[in-house]
Design a protein around this ligand. Structure first.
Ligand code: ADP
Length: 556
């Protein structure tokens, strides 16, 4: 950058040299002789300057890009790590699309800003400094016209302040668009089935229009900088000519001086304008970095205590002691819940929707922290053991199966990365999934598609059961599927679940009669409270109880 700046600034000297040589040739015979001799010198000098400028331009460009890309890559990694380290609650606090847009849009903005800063800020600043230096050396008095550019400072500072606000609005709004796109394409099945295309066109159309409005506001502010500097550049050129002619006539300056200073102004003007618009990019970059560091600096509240112990040989006894819990938005979801699950027992949670069943499941792996009371595993408060060992002792099978766009085998070993192919197959057999997996195009190496779109509901569930079997954790948290599977796959899923829960402490959100019948104990939850406890037999006998009513409704 230093070389490039020096080479550019040197043009002012070259021009004065050319003009003065030509001028001298005009006037005397001696001068003509000299001019002929020196004219040939100009070729190697110009070649030298352009060569240095070309090579250094090439090198600094590659360097600047690689520095910026590496820095941004690091930011992305930090942001991703921080996203997964933070509390589960922060994922429901803001739309996922906004988080995603920080990884795509904001990162690109920072990367562009960094590249421009690295290649332009230093290069242009140095060019400005060196050029002014050459100009002062050439004719310091004539160079003073450059002072008009100082007039631009105040308006530019004010414009920058507004620009940063507008840039933040643009970037947050791109987060909104990303969320809406994700929703709309994710729900493509519904959109088509309900013929909602027009509705979606209109909804997203409004968002796209809003983007145009916000961006135009930003661009309007950015566009003000350039004309200010352009007008000042014009003033400077006029100043040099007027002032210069006056100086030449009083023999204070040569024609070469005027040519050199004019060249200086012509070199400076675009640089100063570039520095002015560079400021636009810097303001956008600062707005983006505020959003990015917002993610990197997210603090997790649910972390290991300093003296947390490792749950080394978890057996799986679970207790809820007087547990109350409110979600971050203030919804009271559990009130003084007492619950116990002894080793190997199956505990069924039943009750109307919104009763608090999922919340109980969420509190065991400490996805949320209890507001009052405590949850214990093998007698240890879950807050006193390490998150890693706590969660390693738990397998979760949820009704909304999460599959990744990877092979069947990799999806099964998701919770047990070191599993061998034989172990994967054994787990799939136990989950009654081996047969259908083998009939897939590439067997265990078949890609399942995004969220397992290439598989049926029952198949996805059996893969998730195989995953839990392979994990071989002493505690099993089950959210039974309510979605209607056909009778045959339901029987298969049920059989697989039964095999899975053998010998493990199982807490299941029950939707099936067979599950509640087998349960060692049933807890009936209503509005966050446990209203009845007992076995299927004992609860069925209390005809006026909630369970008996639910049983009629839910299980027929
Ligand atoms: P169930 O599983 O029995 O249907 P939940 O445990 O999901 O019930 O919900 C219990 C209560 O907590 C409900 O009032 C529900 O609206 C509320 N709730 C559930 N999840 C959240 C959340 N992430 N944020 C705020 N409130 C929630």
């Amino acid at each position: 950058m230093v070389l490039l700046a020096l080479a550019t600034a040197a043009y002012t000297w070259v021009v004065s040299y050319i003009v003065d040589t030509a001028n001298a040739a005009d006037q005397t015979d001696d001068g003509l002789e000299n001019a002929r001799r020196y004219a040939f010198l100009i070729l190697p000098v110009l070649l030298g300057i352009t060569f240095i400028s070309g090579i250094s331009n090439y090198a600094q460009r590659i360097l600047a890009n690689s520095i910026a890309l590496n820095a941004v890559g690091k930011l992305q990694k930090q942001m991703f790590r921080s996203s997964h380290r933070t509390d589960y609650a922060s994922f429901s606090a803001a739309p996922i699309g906004d988080r995603i847009s920080k990884f795509t849009n904001d990162v690109t903005i920072i990367s562009n800003a960094l590249i421009r800063v690295l290649s332009n800020l230093i290069k242009d600043l140095l060019t400005v400094v060196f050029t002014i230096g050459f100009m002062l050396w050439q004719n310091w008095l004539l160079s003073l016209v450059m002072a008009v550019f100082i007039l631009a400072l105040l308006p530019i500072i004010e414009i920058s302040r507004r620009m940063r606000g507008s840039a933040t609005q643009v970037q947050s709004h791109i987060g909104v668009i990303t969320s809406q796109l994700k929703e709309s394409f994710g729900g493509a099945r519904m959109v088509k089935a309900y013929a909602l295309e027009d509705h979606e066109n209109q909804r997203l159309g409004q968002s796209f229009n809003e983007r145009i409005r916000l961006y135009l506001k930003l661009v309007t502010q950015q566009a003000r900088v350039d004309p200010i500097l352009e007008i000042l550049g014009g003033l400077a050129i006029a100043g040099v000519v007027i002032f210069g002619v006056y100086q030449v006539s009083s023999s204070l300056a040569s024609a070469g001086d005027i040519a050199a200073i004019l060249t200086g102004v012509l070199i400076l003007s675009p640089r100063l304008r570039a520095l002015g618009t560079l400021n636009n990019v810097i303001q956008e970059g600062l707005a983006a970095s505020t959003r990015i560091f917002g993610v990197i600096d997210e603090t997790a509240n649910i972390v290991d205590q300093p003296n947390a112990i490792i749950l080394s040989e978890p057996r799986g006894q679970i207790r809820f002691e007087d547990v109350s819990f409110s979600y971050p938005d203030g919804t009271l979801a559990l009130k003084s819940v007492e619950l116990k699950a002894e080793l190997g027992e199956t505990i069924a949670l039943v009750g109307p929707s919104g009763g608090g069943k999922s919340t109980i499941i969420n509190l065991i792996p400490r996805l949320y922290e209890v507001s009052k009371g405590r949850v214990t595993i093998d007698g240890h408060d879950v807050r006193d053991v390490t998150l890693q060992s706590l969660r390693n002792s738990i397998a979760l099978v949820s009704q909304d199966v999460t599959l990744f766009d990877d092979t069947v085998a990799n999806n099964i070993k998701f919770g047990e990365q070191t599993a061998t192919r034989d172990e994967i197959i054994a787990a799939a057999k136990a989950a009654d999934a081996h047969e259908f997996i083998q009939s897939l195009a590439d067997g265990y190496d078949t890609q399942v598609g995004e969220d397992g779109e290439n598989l049926s509901g029952g198949q996805k569930q059996r893969i998730s059961i195989a995953r839990a079997i392979l994990r071989d954790a002493p505690i099993l948290l089950l959210d039974e599927a309510t979605s209607a599977l056909d009778a045959q796959s339901e029987a298969k899923v049920q059989a697989a679940m039964d095999r899975l829960s053998q010998g493990r402490t199982t807490i299941v959100i029950a939707h099936r009669l067979s599950t509640v019948k087998q349960a060692d104990r049933i807890y009936v939850l209503d509005k966050g409270e446990i209203v009845e406890t007992g076995t299927h037999k004992s609860l069925s006998r209390k005809k006026s109880g909630l369970y008996a009513k639910l049983q009629k409704l839910q299980f027929g």
